[in-house]
Design a binder for this molecule. Structure first.
Ligand code: PLP
Length: 477
Protein backbone atom coordinates (compact mmCIF):
# COMPACT_ATOMS: atom_id res chain seq x y z
CA UNK A 1 0.00 0.00 0.00
CA UNK A 2 2.67 2.54 -0.93
CA UNK A 3 0.19 4.49 -3.08
CA UNK A 4 -2.38 4.98 -0.32
CA UNK A 5 -4.04 7.96 -1.96
CA UNK A 6 -5.22 5.97 -4.96
CA UNK A 7 -8.56 5.07 -3.47
CA UNK A 8 -11.41 3.66 -5.53
CA UNK A 9 -13.94 6.40 -4.88
CA UNK A 10 -16.16 5.65 -7.81
CA UNK A 11 -17.00 2.05 -6.97
CA UNK A 12 -17.75 2.70 -3.31
CA UNK A 13 -19.85 5.78 -4.09
CA UNK A 14 -21.66 3.97 -6.93
CA UNK A 15 -22.76 1.25 -4.52
CA UNK A 16 -23.93 3.89 -2.01
CA UNK A 17 -25.75 5.75 -4.78
CA UNK A 18 -27.57 2.66 -6.00
CA UNK A 19 -28.50 1.53 -2.48
CA UNK A 20 -29.76 5.01 -1.56
CA UNK A 21 -31.88 5.28 -4.70
CA UNK A 22 -33.26 1.83 -4.10
CA UNK A 23 -34.37 2.86 -0.62
CA UNK A 24 -35.73 6.28 -1.57
CA UNK A 25 -37.67 5.13 -4.61
CA UNK A 26 -39.30 2.27 -2.74
CA UNK A 27 -39.92 3.89 0.62
CA UNK A 28 -43.49 5.05 -0.02
CA UNK A 29 -44.61 1.51 -0.83
CA UNK A 30 -42.85 -0.57 1.79
CA UNK A 31 -44.11 -1.47 5.26
CA UNK A 32 -43.12 1.35 7.60
CA UNK A 33 -42.02 -0.72 10.60
CA UNK A 34 -38.71 -2.55 10.05
CA UNK A 35 -39.00 -6.25 9.20
CA UNK A 36 -36.21 -7.10 11.66
CA UNK A 37 -36.12 -6.20 15.32
CA UNK A 38 -33.10 -4.92 17.20
CA UNK A 39 -31.85 -8.38 18.27
CA UNK A 40 -31.97 -9.73 14.72
CA UNK A 41 -30.10 -6.71 13.40
CA UNK A 42 -27.55 -6.92 16.18
CA UNK A 43 -26.94 -10.62 15.58
CA UNK A 44 -26.38 -9.94 11.90
CA UNK A 45 -23.86 -7.15 12.56
CA UNK A 46 -22.08 -8.47 15.64
CA UNK A 47 -19.09 -10.27 14.25
CA UNK A 48 -15.66 -10.31 15.86
CA UNK A 49 -13.66 -7.13 15.33
CA UNK A 50 -12.17 -7.60 11.87
CA UNK A 51 -8.54 -8.56 12.25
CA UNK A 52 -7.59 -6.76 9.07
CA UNK A 53 -8.87 -4.47 6.31
CA UNK A 54 -11.93 -5.00 4.16
CA UNK A 55 -12.38 -3.35 0.80
CA UNK A 56 -14.47 -0.13 1.06
CA UNK A 57 -16.92 -1.24 -1.62
CA UNK A 58 -17.52 -4.53 0.16
CA UNK A 59 -18.17 -2.68 3.43
CA UNK A 60 -20.69 -0.35 1.80
CA UNK A 61 -22.46 -3.25 0.04
CA UNK A 62 -22.59 -5.19 3.30
CA UNK A 63 -24.09 -2.20 5.11
CA UNK A 64 -26.68 -1.70 2.41
CA UNK A 65 -27.67 -5.36 2.58
CA UNK A 66 -27.95 -5.32 6.37
CA UNK A 67 -29.92 -2.06 6.37
CA UNK A 68 -32.85 -2.83 4.11
CA UNK A 69 -34.87 -4.89 6.58
CA UNK A 70 -33.68 -2.93 9.60
CA UNK A 71 -34.81 0.57 8.68
CA UNK A 72 -37.83 2.37 10.10
CA UNK A 73 -39.28 4.11 7.05
CA UNK A 74 -39.22 7.60 8.54
CA UNK A 75 -39.13 9.11 5.07
CA UNK A 76 -42.41 7.49 4.03
CA UNK A 77 -45.17 10.09 3.51
CA UNK A 78 -47.33 8.01 5.88
CA UNK A 79 -44.83 8.02 8.72
CA UNK A 80 -46.50 10.12 11.44
CA UNK A 81 -44.43 9.09 14.45
CA UNK A 82 -43.20 11.57 17.06
CA UNK A 83 -42.37 14.74 15.07
CA UNK A 84 -39.72 13.81 12.53
CA UNK A 85 -40.22 14.81 8.92
CA UNK A 86 -38.67 13.20 5.85
CA UNK A 87 -35.81 14.82 3.98
CA UNK A 88 -36.29 16.40 0.53
CA UNK A 89 -34.08 15.63 -2.50
CA UNK A 90 -32.09 18.90 -2.49
CA UNK A 91 -31.15 18.46 1.17
CA UNK A 92 -30.19 14.80 0.80
CA UNK A 93 -28.07 15.44 -2.29
CA UNK A 94 -26.39 18.39 -0.57
CA UNK A 95 -25.54 16.08 2.34
CA UNK A 96 -23.63 13.79 0.04
CA UNK A 97 -21.46 16.67 -1.09
CA UNK A 98 -20.93 17.81 2.48
CA UNK A 99 -19.42 14.40 3.19
CA UNK A 100 -17.29 14.52 0.04
CA UNK A 101 -16.02 18.08 0.65
CA UNK A 102 -15.13 17.18 4.26
CA UNK A 103 -15.06 20.80 5.36
CA UNK A 104 -14.51 21.83 8.96
CA UNK A 105 -17.23 24.44 9.43
CA UNK A 106 -15.85 25.70 12.74
CA UNK A 107 -13.99 28.72 11.40
CA UNK A 108 -14.23 30.97 8.36
CA UNK A 109 -10.59 30.25 7.63
CA UNK A 110 -11.14 26.48 7.68
CA UNK A 111 -14.15 26.73 5.35
CA UNK A 112 -15.07 30.00 3.68
CA UNK A 113 -17.85 28.10 1.92
CA UNK A 114 -19.47 26.78 5.09
CA UNK A 115 -19.24 30.20 6.76
CA UNK A 116 -20.83 31.91 3.77
CA UNK A 117 -23.59 29.30 3.57
CA UNK A 118 -24.39 29.91 7.24
CA UNK A 119 -24.49 33.66 6.70
CA UNK A 120 -26.91 33.36 3.78
CA UNK A 121 -29.10 30.76 5.49
CA UNK A 122 -29.32 32.85 8.65
CA UNK A 123 -30.33 35.94 6.68
CA UNK A 124 -33.02 34.01 4.77
CA UNK A 125 -34.41 32.42 7.93
CA UNK A 126 -34.79 35.69 9.82
CA UNK A 127 -36.61 37.19 6.86
CA UNK A 128 -38.83 34.15 6.35
CA UNK A 129 -39.83 33.93 10.02
CA UNK A 130 -40.22 37.68 10.51
CA UNK A 131 -37.55 37.86 13.23
CA UNK A 132 -35.40 40.94 13.91
CA UNK A 133 -32.60 41.45 11.37
CA UNK A 134 -29.89 41.87 14.00
CA UNK A 135 -30.33 38.42 15.55
CA UNK A 136 -27.36 36.07 15.80
CA UNK A 137 -27.80 32.51 14.55
CA UNK A 138 -26.03 29.29 15.50
CA UNK A 139 -26.35 26.06 13.50
CA UNK A 140 -26.46 23.15 15.92
CA UNK A 141 -27.32 19.46 15.89
CA UNK A 142 -31.03 19.70 16.73
CA UNK A 143 -33.68 21.17 18.95
CA UNK A 144 -32.02 20.12 22.18
CA UNK A 145 -28.79 21.93 21.41
CA UNK A 146 -30.72 24.88 20.01
CA UNK A 147 -32.49 25.16 23.38
CA UNK A 148 -29.12 24.72 25.10
CA UNK A 149 -27.50 27.50 23.08
CA UNK A 150 -30.40 29.93 23.54
CA UNK A 151 -30.72 29.23 27.25
CA UNK A 152 -26.95 29.56 27.74
CA UNK A 153 -27.24 33.08 26.30
CA UNK A 154 -30.26 33.66 28.55
CA UNK A 155 -28.44 32.40 31.64
CA UNK A 156 -25.61 34.88 31.08
CA UNK A 157 -27.92 37.81 30.37
CA UNK A 158 -30.26 37.41 33.35
CA UNK A 159 -27.39 36.69 35.77
CA UNK A 160 -25.34 39.69 34.63
CA UNK A 161 -28.42 41.87 35.14
CA UNK A 162 -28.17 40.83 38.78
CA UNK A 163 -24.47 41.65 39.00
CA UNK A 164 -23.15 38.16 38.41
CA UNK A 165 -21.06 37.22 35.37
CA UNK A 166 -22.03 33.58 35.21
CA UNK A 167 -20.00 32.94 32.03
CA UNK A 168 -16.82 33.94 33.88
CA UNK A 169 -17.57 32.88 37.43
CA UNK A 170 -19.85 29.89 37.01
CA UNK A 171 -23.21 29.18 38.56
CA UNK A 172 -21.97 28.56 42.13
CA UNK A 173 -22.44 31.59 44.32
CA UNK A 174 -24.56 33.42 41.76
CA UNK A 175 -28.23 34.38 42.01
CA UNK A 176 -30.65 31.46 41.59
CA UNK A 177 -32.42 31.59 38.22
CA UNK A 178 -36.16 30.89 38.04
CA UNK A 179 -37.31 29.25 34.80
CA UNK A 180 -41.03 29.34 34.08
CA UNK A 181 -42.86 26.95 31.75
CA UNK A 182 -45.64 24.40 32.09
CA UNK A 183 -46.06 20.67 32.58
CA UNK A 184 -45.91 20.49 28.78
CA UNK A 185 -42.58 22.26 28.40
CA UNK A 186 -40.64 19.85 26.19
CA UNK A 187 -38.54 17.31 28.11
CA UNK A 188 -35.34 18.63 26.55
CA UNK A 189 -35.71 21.93 28.43
CA UNK A 190 -35.27 20.37 31.89
CA UNK A 191 -32.35 18.41 30.44
CA UNK A 192 -30.78 21.61 29.17
CA UNK A 193 -31.27 23.19 32.59
CA UNK A 194 -29.21 20.32 34.01
CA UNK A 195 -26.49 20.80 31.43
CA UNK A 196 -26.38 24.52 32.21
CA UNK A 197 -26.00 23.93 35.94
CA UNK A 198 -29.33 25.64 36.60
CA UNK A 199 -30.94 22.35 37.60
CA UNK A 200 -34.26 20.97 36.40
CA UNK A 201 -35.93 21.66 39.73
CA UNK A 202 -35.67 25.37 38.92
CA UNK A 203 -38.39 24.89 36.27
CA UNK A 204 -41.64 26.25 37.69
CA UNK A 205 -44.82 25.01 36.02
CA UNK A 206 -47.79 27.34 35.61
CA UNK A 207 -51.30 26.63 34.33
CA UNK A 208 -52.04 25.92 30.66
CA UNK A 209 -55.12 25.49 28.48
CA UNK A 210 -56.50 22.52 26.54
CA UNK A 211 -54.02 23.19 23.71
CA UNK A 212 -51.12 23.09 26.23
CA UNK A 213 -50.66 26.84 25.91
CA UNK A 214 -49.43 28.87 28.88
CA UNK A 215 -52.15 30.77 30.71
CA UNK A 216 -50.84 34.37 30.55
CA UNK A 217 -52.72 35.34 33.74
CA UNK A 218 -51.16 32.46 35.68
CA UNK A 219 -47.77 33.47 34.30
CA UNK A 220 -48.31 37.08 35.42
CA UNK A 221 -49.26 35.91 38.91
CA UNK A 222 -46.24 33.67 39.22
CA UNK A 223 -43.82 36.30 37.95
CA UNK A 224 -45.26 38.96 40.26
CA UNK A 225 -43.92 37.02 43.23
CA UNK A 226 -40.58 36.07 41.67
CA UNK A 227 -37.40 37.94 42.48
CA UNK A 228 -33.99 37.35 40.93
CA UNK A 229 -33.17 36.36 37.34
CA UNK A 230 -36.07 34.97 35.28
CA UNK A 231 -36.28 32.92 32.09
CA UNK A 232 -39.73 32.29 30.60
CA UNK A 233 -39.85 29.37 28.18
CA UNK A 234 -42.72 29.11 25.69
CA UNK A 235 -43.50 26.87 22.73
CA UNK A 236 -44.32 27.35 19.08
CA UNK A 237 -45.93 23.94 18.60
CA UNK A 238 -46.59 21.55 21.45
CA UNK A 239 -45.61 17.98 20.57
CA UNK A 240 -49.09 16.69 21.47
CA UNK A 241 -51.51 19.40 20.45
CA UNK A 242 -49.42 21.63 18.20
CA UNK A 243 -50.50 24.48 20.49
CA UNK A 244 -48.70 27.78 19.90
CA UNK A 245 -48.28 30.01 22.93
CA UNK A 246 -49.91 33.45 22.76
CA UNK A 247 -46.68 35.36 22.34
CA UNK A 248 -48.22 38.82 22.29
CA UNK A 249 -50.03 38.32 25.60
CA UNK A 250 -46.96 36.65 27.12
CA UNK A 251 -44.63 39.41 25.90
CA UNK A 252 -47.01 41.96 27.49
CA UNK A 253 -46.73 40.10 30.81
CA UNK A 254 -42.95 39.94 30.47
CA UNK A 255 -42.72 43.67 29.64
CA UNK A 256 -44.77 44.52 32.72
CA UNK A 257 -42.46 42.39 34.90
CA UNK A 258 -39.43 44.00 33.30
CA UNK A 259 -40.57 47.42 34.44
CA UNK A 260 -39.71 46.50 38.03
CA UNK A 261 -36.71 44.22 37.50
CA UNK A 262 -33.10 45.15 36.68
CA UNK A 263 -32.66 45.76 32.95
CA UNK A 264 -31.97 42.49 31.12
CA UNK A 265 -33.08 40.37 34.08
CA UNK A 266 -36.04 38.71 32.34
CA UNK A 267 -35.62 36.60 29.19
CA UNK A 268 -38.34 35.20 26.92
CA UNK A 269 -37.47 32.02 24.99
CA UNK A 270 -39.49 30.22 22.30
CA UNK A 271 -38.94 26.49 21.74
CA UNK A 272 -40.05 26.24 18.12
CA UNK A 273 -38.71 22.77 17.31
CA UNK A 274 -42.12 21.63 16.08
CA UNK A 275 -43.80 24.70 14.72
CA UNK A 276 -41.58 27.73 14.19
CA UNK A 277 -41.79 27.35 10.39
CA UNK A 278 -45.52 27.93 10.65
CA UNK A 279 -44.71 31.61 11.15
CA UNK A 280 -43.89 31.78 7.41
CA UNK A 281 -47.49 31.02 6.45
CA UNK A 282 -50.06 33.81 6.04
CA UNK A 283 -52.78 31.30 6.98
CA UNK A 284 -51.10 30.35 10.25
CA UNK A 285 -49.56 33.77 10.97
CA UNK A 286 -52.34 34.96 13.32
CA UNK A 287 -51.14 32.33 15.82
CA UNK A 288 -47.64 33.78 15.74
CA UNK A 289 -48.40 37.43 16.46
CA UNK A 290 -45.80 38.76 18.88
CA UNK A 291 -43.28 36.03 18.03
CA UNK A 292 -40.68 38.70 17.23
CA UNK A 293 -40.92 40.08 20.78
CA UNK A 294 -39.01 37.12 22.28
CA UNK A 295 -35.29 37.11 23.15
CA UNK A 296 -34.46 33.74 21.62
CA UNK A 297 -35.95 31.06 19.38
CA UNK A 298 -34.91 27.49 18.73
CA UNK A 299 -36.01 25.23 15.92
CA UNK A 300 -35.32 21.98 14.12
CA UNK A 301 -35.22 22.09 10.35
CA UNK A 302 -35.31 18.28 10.29
CA UNK A 303 -38.85 18.31 11.60
CA UNK A 304 -41.37 20.36 9.64
CA UNK A 305 -38.98 21.78 7.05
CA UNK A 306 -37.93 18.27 5.99
CA UNK A 307 -34.15 18.63 5.90
CA UNK A 308 -31.90 15.71 6.89
CA UNK A 309 -30.97 15.42 10.60
CA UNK A 310 -28.31 17.53 12.27
CA UNK A 311 -30.14 20.71 11.40
CA UNK A 312 -31.05 22.62 14.57
CA UNK A 313 -31.00 26.40 14.69
CA UNK A 314 -30.53 28.73 17.67
CA UNK A 315 -31.55 32.35 17.12
CA UNK A 316 -30.79 35.06 19.67
CA UNK A 317 -31.94 38.70 19.67
CA UNK A 318 -28.91 39.79 21.73
CA UNK A 319 -25.75 38.71 19.89
CA UNK A 320 -23.40 39.82 22.67
CA UNK A 321 -25.00 37.41 25.14
CA UNK A 322 -25.01 34.63 22.56
CA UNK A 323 -21.36 35.28 21.71
CA UNK A 324 -20.27 35.50 25.34
CA UNK A 325 -21.85 32.09 26.05
CA UNK A 326 -20.41 30.31 23.00
CA UNK A 327 -17.25 32.07 21.73
CA UNK A 328 -14.08 30.00 21.65
CA UNK A 329 -11.52 32.80 21.57
CA UNK A 330 -8.35 30.84 20.70
CA UNK A 331 -5.92 33.11 18.89
CA UNK A 332 -4.79 30.37 16.48
CA UNK A 333 -8.35 30.33 15.13
CA UNK A 334 -8.69 34.09 14.72
CA UNK A 335 -11.46 35.33 12.51
CA UNK A 336 -10.69 35.81 8.84
CA UNK A 337 -10.06 39.43 7.92
CA UNK A 338 -13.09 39.73 5.64
CA UNK A 339 -15.42 37.47 7.58
CA UNK A 340 -18.72 38.44 9.20
CA UNK A 341 -18.40 35.78 11.84
CA UNK A 342 -16.77 32.53 12.82
CA UNK A 343 -19.38 29.76 12.99
CA UNK A 344 -17.81 28.20 16.12
CA UNK A 345 -18.50 31.34 18.17
CA UNK A 346 -22.26 30.69 18.04
CA UNK A 347 -22.51 26.95 18.73
CA UNK A 348 -21.33 24.51 21.41
CA UNK A 349 -18.99 22.68 18.99
CA UNK A 350 -15.71 23.79 17.47
CA UNK A 351 -15.00 21.27 14.66
CA UNK A 352 -18.08 20.16 12.81
CA UNK A 353 -19.42 19.31 9.40
CA UNK A 354 -20.87 21.97 7.11
CA UNK A 355 -24.30 21.15 8.46
CA UNK A 356 -26.14 24.26 7.31
CA UNK A 357 -25.63 23.17 3.68
CA UNK A 358 -28.71 20.95 3.55
CA UNK A 359 -30.85 23.69 5.14
CA UNK A 360 -29.49 26.17 2.60
CA UNK A 361 -30.26 23.76 -0.25
CA UNK A 362 -33.78 23.05 1.04
CA UNK A 363 -34.62 26.75 1.45
CA UNK A 364 -33.06 27.55 -1.92
CA UNK A 365 -35.14 24.81 -3.49
CA UNK A 366 -38.46 25.74 -1.86
CA UNK A 367 -38.23 29.52 -1.85
CA UNK A 368 -40.69 31.45 0.27
CA UNK A 369 -43.77 30.13 -1.54
CA UNK A 370 -42.50 26.55 -1.28
CA UNK A 371 -42.05 26.80 2.49
CA UNK A 372 -45.53 28.31 2.80
CA UNK A 373 -47.02 25.56 0.64
CA UNK A 374 -45.20 22.82 2.58
CA UNK A 375 -46.44 24.15 5.91
CA UNK A 376 -50.00 24.83 4.76
CA UNK A 377 -50.28 21.49 2.99
CA UNK A 378 -49.39 19.54 6.14
CA UNK A 379 -51.81 21.73 8.08
CA UNK A 380 -54.56 20.84 5.56
CA UNK A 381 -53.65 17.14 5.62
CA UNK A 382 -53.70 17.08 9.43
CA UNK A 383 -57.11 18.77 9.35
CA UNK A 384 -58.47 16.25 6.85
CA UNK A 385 -57.15 13.34 8.92
CA UNK A 386 -58.71 14.72 12.11
CA UNK A 387 -62.10 15.37 10.46
CA UNK A 388 -62.26 11.92 8.94
CA UNK A 389 -61.18 10.17 12.17
CA UNK A 390 -63.65 12.19 14.25
CA UNK A 391 -66.47 10.93 12.02
CA UNK A 392 -65.78 7.33 13.08
CA UNK A 393 -67.81 6.07 16.02
CA UNK A 394 -65.61 5.51 19.07
CA UNK A 395 -62.74 7.69 17.85
CA UNK A 396 -62.20 10.98 19.61
CA UNK A 397 -59.90 13.73 18.34
CA UNK A 398 -58.43 15.31 21.48
CA UNK A 399 -56.90 18.51 20.10
CA UNK A 400 -57.80 21.40 17.89
CA UNK A 401 -55.67 20.98 14.76
CA UNK A 402 -54.04 24.41 14.67
CA UNK A 403 -50.77 23.26 13.05
CA UNK A 404 -49.71 19.76 12.03
CA UNK A 405 -50.39 17.57 15.06
CA UNK A 406 -53.36 15.24 15.53
CA UNK A 407 -54.06 13.43 18.79
CA UNK A 408 -56.75 10.74 18.96
CA UNK A 409 -58.17 8.32 21.46
CA UNK A 410 -60.04 5.12 20.60
CA UNK A 411 -62.89 3.92 22.80
CA UNK A 412 -64.28 0.39 22.80
CA UNK A 413 -67.95 -0.43 23.30
CA UNK A 414 -67.47 -0.75 27.07
CA UNK A 415 -66.25 2.84 27.19
CA UNK A 416 -62.61 1.91 27.70
CA UNK A 417 -59.77 3.75 26.01
CA UNK A 418 -57.00 2.70 28.39
CA UNK A 419 -56.44 -0.68 26.73
CA UNK A 420 -58.17 -0.11 23.40
CA UNK A 421 -56.07 2.88 22.24
CA UNK A 422 -52.68 1.13 22.63
CA UNK A 423 -54.12 -2.05 21.09
CA UNK A 424 -55.29 -0.14 18.01
CA UNK A 425 -51.95 1.64 17.79
CA UNK A 426 -49.99 -1.63 17.96
CA UNK A 427 -52.20 -3.18 15.28
CA UNK A 428 -51.83 -0.14 13.02
CA UNK A 429 -48.06 -0.08 13.38
CA UNK A 430 -47.85 -3.82 12.69
CA UNK A 431 -50.00 -3.52 9.55
CA UNK A 432 -47.29 -1.26 8.11
CA UNK A 433 -49.39 1.18 6.08
CA UNK A 434 -49.08 4.11 8.46
CA UNK A 435 -47.14 4.82 11.62
CA UNK A 436 -48.58 6.96 14.43
CA UNK A 437 -46.95 6.79 17.87
CA UNK A 438 -48.17 6.82 21.45
CA UNK A 439 -48.61 9.54 24.01
CA UNK A 440 -50.58 10.41 27.10
CA UNK A 441 -53.04 13.23 27.49
CA UNK A 442 -55.16 14.02 30.54
CA UNK A 443 -54.05 10.79 32.16
CA UNK A 444 -55.22 8.53 29.31
CA UNK A 445 -53.32 7.06 26.36
CA UNK A 446 -53.53 8.72 22.97
CA UNK A 447 -52.30 8.01 19.49
CA UNK A 448 -50.35 10.91 17.99
CA UNK A 449 -50.00 11.68 14.31
CA UNK A 450 -47.56 14.33 13.18
CA UNK A 451 -47.92 15.69 9.64
CA UNK A 452 -44.38 16.80 9.07
CA UNK A 453 -43.47 15.13 5.80
CA UNK A 454 -43.27 17.36 2.73
CA UNK A 455 -44.95 14.85 0.40
CA UNK A 456 -47.95 13.61 2.40
CA UNK A 457 -51.03 13.93 0.16
CA UNK A 458 -54.77 13.25 0.27
CA UNK A 459 -54.36 9.64 -0.77
CA UNK A 460 -51.84 9.09 2.06
CA UNK A 461 -54.23 10.62 4.58
CA UNK A 462 -57.11 8.44 3.39
CA UNK A 463 -54.99 5.30 3.59
CA UNK A 464 -53.92 6.27 7.11
CA UNK A 465 -57.51 6.86 8.19
CA UNK A 466 -58.55 3.56 6.59
CA UNK A 467 -55.85 1.62 8.43
CA UNK A 468 -56.79 3.14 11.80
CA UNK A 469 -60.51 2.58 11.20
CA UNK A 470 -59.92 -1.04 10.26
CA UNK A 471 -57.88 -1.82 13.40
CA UNK A 472 -60.35 0.07 15.58
CA UNK A 473 -63.36 -1.85 14.23
CA UNK A 474 -61.62 -5.22 14.36
CA UNK A 475 -60.53 -4.80 17.99
CA UNK A 476 -63.63 -3.02 19.26
CA UNK A 477 -65.49 -5.73 21.14
C1 PLP B 1 -38.05 17.47 19.09
C2 PLP B 1 -38.15 18.60 20.08
C3 PLP B 1 -37.02 19.06 20.76
C4 PLP B 1 -35.69 18.38 20.64
O1 PLP B 1 -35.20 18.40 19.34
P1 PLP B 1 -34.06 17.35 18.88
O2 PLP B 1 -33.75 17.78 17.49
O3 PLP B 1 -34.70 16.01 18.96
O4 PLP B 1 -32.92 17.51 19.81
C5 PLP B 1 -37.18 20.15 21.57
N1 PLP B 1 -38.36 20.75 21.74
C6 PLP B 1 -39.48 20.33 21.12
C7 PLP B 1 -40.77 21.05 21.33
C8 PLP B 1 -39.42 19.22 20.26
O5 PLP B 1 -40.51 18.78 19.63
Amino acid sequence: MDRAHEADWATALDVAHAASLDWLEGVADRPIAPANDYRTVLDALMTDLPTGPTDATAVVSGLAAAATDALLAVNSPRFHGWVMGGAMPAGVAAEWMVAAWDQNAGATITSPLAAAIEQVTATWMLELLGLPEGCSVGFVTGGTMANFTCLAAARGAVSRAHGWDVDARGIVGGPAITVVGTQHTHSTVPKVLRLLGIGHDRLVQVAFDDQARIDPAALAQRLARTTGPIIVTTQAGDIHTGGVDRFDAIADVVDEVRSHHPSGGVWLHVDGAVGLWGAASPVLAPQFVGLDRADSWSTDAHKWLSTPYDSGVAIVAHPSNHHRAMAVGADYLLVHEHADRDPMDWTPELSRRARATSLYATLRCLGRSGVVELVERSHRMAGRCARRLAAIEGIEVCNEVNLNQVMVRCWDRQGDAMAHTPAVLAAVQAAGITFPTHGEWDGLPVMRLSFSHWATDVDDVDRTVGAIAQAHHRLRN
